[in-house]
Design a protein around this ligand. Sequence first.
Ligand SMILES: [Zn+2]
Length: 69
Amino acid sequence: MSDVADRAEWRIAKDIENAMARARKMPQLVADGHCHYCDEQIAHGFLFCNTDCRDDYQSEQEAKRCAGR
Ligand SMILES: [Zn+2]
C-alpha cells in the first residue's frame, strides 16, 4: 500500500519543480526604495509603487523575453 505515499511524493516534487521554474523566469529584484518600473520613491521593502507598475513591468519583461528569441 505504498501507492498513495508515492503519489504524494511525486506531487510535492512537481510543486517544487514548478516553483523553481517560476523563480527562474522572474529575475530576482532587490527592493531599493524605488519603483522598478517608474523609479518613483517608495516605502522600503517594496518593489513597485502599485500593482499597475508591477503588471506593466512584468509584461515589459515578457515582451523583452519574446523579442530576445
Ligand atoms: Zn511605479
